[in-house]
Design a protein around this ligand. Structure first.
Ligand code: GDP
Length: 460
């Protein structure tokens, strides 16, 4: 028997999962678009594969895009999988085994704008989940007197700038490096970093012009290959494990799950267990769907059906009874195992994200388990007690629960990234319950703090 015949697929290396986060308008979307766009314009068939919720850039394409910076012979990881929805919000959604689902993060910081609230929020999340990250110091093209150097690594471009341009850029870059140091990270321009697990590499780049993107890809590839290879080893033929990115209604399929699969394989007709709002959902995969390349919006057939998929990938799962599934919840394939055992596993993972509650406190609603946990952590730090914390839109029940609080400062609902259901809206108007709602955690906690301070002042 040859080696290939005996190869049992255990220990296959999967693609590292990369998330892009940072403050609003700092260029996350532009960066992802540019990476996708330049991969496609490399013109190779199969240059990228669009998955549900993610884009896979294979090693060969990474190497073509990165030119001399990535020699494919130096790598045995298959490429990079970029999560399409940027922002820490989706990053917190994506968890696995109690940590972050993303293996590496790119923290985008606008060089002119520097650190902003969501940058700090992102760093908090990265610290808490222990996720390695690199910093994309974006928009370097806006530096006055900027002189682009086509096709050169960014270090050369940086060194080729006029004295004035370089000075201006350095001021901005070193402010970012200083801010990182305030957060307890030793950081430097990436070409000066020896060990990316000890130091944060800063890659000056322009998501607009593409300068520095080859360098970013090279750093991501190098970092995963050198430090994360062991974590990329999966049993690719084993039962699939994934995380729900979103629960979406699709015409013809009902409620479906957009899932990032980080281990194993899922097949059509297999039984899966999914974390639900009330209890774990046990159901059977009816269809596995991938987006159709170049599907027209108006065509009914937006998806291609596949009979199985393996990690790492994004996939849409259609199955009965998914209405109560939660974004951020685990998905597990039940194969050659007792279903109760898998249910227990899913419950244990969900319990790991349970929020500590008090007898008196505020009501917290968030859109995903991850963001709920992030909210709860921020509130605990600010010493705000929580009576109840749940995933979902603000419902009438939340208003009536908040309304029973003894203290005015507890007659409060804090909503992170959620809507208010119409009935709850009416109830809110008729009650003395206050709703604070925001999509930035810092802001939400600050707004609430201000309210409490003002109340105290008024009482004196
Ligand atoms: P996001 O909110 O972080 O996703 O930010 P966007 O990608 O939407 O970018 C916000 C704005 O900054 C848009 O107008 C972009 O065109 C612009 N932008 C992003 N990257 C760059 C860059 O590298 N250079 C310049 N000049 N503008 C950029």
């Amino acid at each position: 028997m040859s080696d290939t015949d005996t190869h049992d697929q255990t220990g296959t290396l999967r693609t590292p999962i990369v998330a892009v986060l940072g403050h609003v308008d700092h260029g996350k979307t532009t960066l992802l678009d540019k990476i996708r766009g330049s991969a496609v314009s490399e013109g190779e068939a199969g240059a990228i594969t669009q998955h549900i919720g993610a884009t896979a850039v294979p090693l060969d394409t990474v190497s073509q895009m990165a030119g001399s910076l990535v020699d494919p012979d130096d790598f045995d990881l298959p490429g990079l999988l970029f999560i399409d929805t940027p922002g820490h919000h989706s990053f917190t959604t994506l968890r696995s085994r109690g940590g972050a689902l993303a293996d590496i993060a790119v923290l985008v910081v606008d060089v002119n704008d520097g650190f902003q609230p969501q940058t700090l929020e992102a760093i908090d999340i990265l610290k808490r989940t222990g996720t390695p990250f690199i910093v994309a110091a974006n928009k370097i093209d806006t530096t006055p007197g900027w002189n682009p150097q086509e096709g050169e690594p960014i270090q050369q471009t940086y060194e080729a700038q006029s004295k004035q341009a370089r000075q201006r850029l350095d001021e901005n870059l070193y402010e970012i490096i200083g801010n990182l140091s305030d957060e307890g990270f030793s950081a430097d321009l990436y070409w000066r970093v020896q060990n990316f697990t000890k130091n944060i590499g800063v890659v000056p780049l322009s998501a607009m012009t593409g300068e520095g993107i080859p360098d970013l890809l090279a750093v991501l590839m190098g970092l995963s290959q050198r430090y994360m290879k062991a974590e990329m080893e999966i049993d690719v033929a084993g039962p699939g494990k994934g995380t729900v990115l979103e629960v979406k209604e699709e015409r013809g399929f009902g409620a479906t799950l957009d899932v990032v699969l980080y281990d194993g394989t899922v097949r059509e007709d297999e039984t899966i267990v999914v974390g639900g709002a009330n209890s774990p959902i046990v159901t059977e995969v009816r269809a596995l769907l991938q987006p159709r390349p170049n599907a027209e919006i108006r065509t009914e057939k937006r998806f291609d059906r596949v009979d199985q998929v393996s990690a790492a990938t994004g996939i849409k799962i259609a199955a009965p009874d998914l209405e109560d599934a939660m974004a951020g919840a685990p998905v597990r394939v039940v194969r050659d195992r007792d279903v109760d055992e898998v249910i227990e596993e899913v419950q244990a993972e969900l319990a790991g994200i349970e929020v500590e509650t008090e007898e008196q406190g505020v009501v917290v609603k968030a859109d995903t388990l991850g963001s709920l946990e992030a909210m709860a952590n921020a509130l605990q730090e600010a010493e705000v007690p929580i009576l109840r914390a749940e995933v979902g839109d603000v419902a009438p029940r939340d208003v009536s629960i908040a309304g029973t609080a003894r203290e005015d400062e507890h007659k409060v609902i804090l909503g992170f990234n959620v809507d208010v259901l119409p009935d709850a809206e009416e109830d809110l108007e008729d009650s003395d319950v206050r709703l604070f709602s925001h999509d930035v955690i810092y802001q939400l906690v600050e707004d609430y703090d201000e309210f409490v301070t003002e109340r105290k002042r008024a009482q004196q």
